[in-house]
Design a binder for this molecule. Structure first.
Ligand code: NAD
Length: 423
């Protein structure tokens, strides 16, 4: 994964937005305001400083966070982000989002997130390893297979997860496969984890198209973001016969209304680090991509890409949120008023955490599944959550987002009430 942006992508405070969203869900679904008050806050938040010996002999100190939002339904689960624009409030908002995502998928997990303010692209492999091992050591009392299980997010990779696994295991004196997911296959990773988020997106778009009587071969797709999620999704969609008309990364967009050769785009990006200059395409800006003429727009980059300023110009009839929080509430309202179907992050972006759950289960059992089993079980869970969200949307006459969050918040609220308030 990559992290490249230097100016922040956050236009509004993500935690405030998450809380506004939660309050709206509470009102729409009649959830007890005391419970909404509890769920507005994160259960635990750790802020650490991470001194790292740099290759030039100096010591640089990085700031990091690990936030657990809720553990009512099971141990906390959530990725670790390495990015220069990470903020504590962003990590809290992302942790809350993980609680809803896990609940919507009916996984026995709560929500968490971690982040370190750094640009992994500027660090050598040795610096990245030392940073990761020290960060893990600083949060070692918080994480564990029964407590909080990290995973990759923007700027972190399977290799980073391997260092976390090793650091934790060395400290407790034996290998603990269940401490982290998104590990390399050689260290108890799950087959299908790398492409899992993209696969979950694919299943959601397919089910949504079926509801409209459409199929992939009639569908033109634009994808913002060409990292782990965007790249894998472009490949899967092309295999299904969809026409990929625009792609982008932080360096800009490439477009071809007749269809982009995705395999060539993957090779070009691997060789040049950017999509720009891909033969057979025209260059465009990231804004152009969002507003391009397509049927489905997939947001697979960072937060707040679609907002009140640009939502009025989006031409897709379906917006699919593979990323976390890529649409602000202001942007969302405009999309809804315009009748654009939005597949929300809690639903569309959940494939990764579902297969992380499978990896955790396999690690605890030390028994590993075949790829077709992983993909079939992923399809079952994502399509079931899609159908539950769709029928809730119809029953309450609301948006897919409100229906997804409504289902999730109600599940967490029910678990909280049933457990009772301790002491
Ligand atoms: P990544 O770091 O691999 O890729 C991010 C991509 O977005 C890069 O190609 C980057 O160049 C691009 N990008 C950044 N800013 C952009 C902009 N303004 N316009 C266009 N492209 C831009 O990250 P990823 O793992 O693919 O994650 C992408 C999103 O999906 C994040 O929001 C992440 O939280 C979310 N997500 C990831 C997973 C997972 O399993 N990796 C799971 C769930 C959600």
């Amino acid at each position: 994964m990559s992290a490249t942006e230097t100016s922040t992508h956050l236009r509004e405070n993500p935690l405030s937005l998450a809380r506004v969203q939660l309050a709206r869900v509470g009102e729409t679904f009649g959830v007890d305001s005391n419970l909404i008050g509890v769920l507005k806050s994160c259960k635990k938040s750790v802020e650490v400083s991470i001194p790292v010996l740099m290759d030039n002999g100096s010591v640089r100190v990085f700031d990091g966070y690990r936030v657990i939002h809720n553990v009512t339904r099971g141990p906390a689960k959530g990725g670790i982000r390495y990015h220069p624009n990470v903020t504590h409030e962003e990590v809290k908002a992302l942790a809350m989002g993980m609680t809803w995502k896990c609940a919507l998928m009916s996984l026995p997990f709560g929500g968490a997130k971690g982040g370190v303010i750094c640009d992994p692209k500027e660090l050598s492999a040795g610096e990245l390893e030392r940073l990761t091992r020290r960060y893990t050591t600083e949060i070692i009392n918080e994480i564990g297979p029964e407590k909080d299980i990290p995973a990759p997010d923007v700027g972190t990779s399977a290799q980073v997860m391997a260092w976390i696994f090793d650091t934790y295991s060395m400290n407790v004196g034996h290998s603990v496969l269940g401490v982290v997911t998104g590990k390399p296959l050689a260290l108890g990773g799950s087959v299908g984890r790398d492409g899992a988020t993209a696969r979950g997106v694919l299943y959601c778009i397919r089910t949504a198209l079926q509801k409209e009587g459409r199929r992939f071969p009639d569908t033109r797709v634009a994808i913002q973001g060409f990292g782990t999620v965007g790249r894998n999704l472009a490949r899967l969609l092309a295999e299904e016969g969809a026409r990929i008309v625009a792609l982008s990364d932080s360096g800009g967009a490439v477009v071809n209304s007749y269809g982009i050769d995705v395999a060539a785009a993957i090779v070009h990006k691997a060789e040049h680090g950017v999509l720009r200059g891909l033969p057979g395409t025209e260059e465009a800006t990231n804004d152009d991509l969002l507003e391009s003429d397509c049927d489905v727009l997939v947001l697979a980059a960072l937060e707040q890409a679609v907002n009140a300023d640009n939502a009025g110009r989006i031409r897709a009839h379906m917006v699919c949120e593979a990323a976390n929080g890529p649409t602000t509430p202001g942007g969302d309202e405009i999309l809804e008023d315009r009748g654009i179907l939005v597949l929300p992050d809690a639903l569309a972006g959940a494939g990764g955490v579902v297969v992380s759950y499978f990896e955790w289960v396999q690690g605890l059992q030390e028994y590993f599944w075949k790829e077709y089993e992983v993909n079939a079980k992923l399809n079952d869970i994502v399509v079931r959550a899609f159908e539950e969200t769709w029928s809730t949307r119809e029953r309450f006459g609301t948006s897919m987002r409100m229906a997804a969050y409504g289902l999730a918040v109600q599940r967490v609220a029910e678990a909280t009430t049933t457990r009772g308030l301790y002491p």
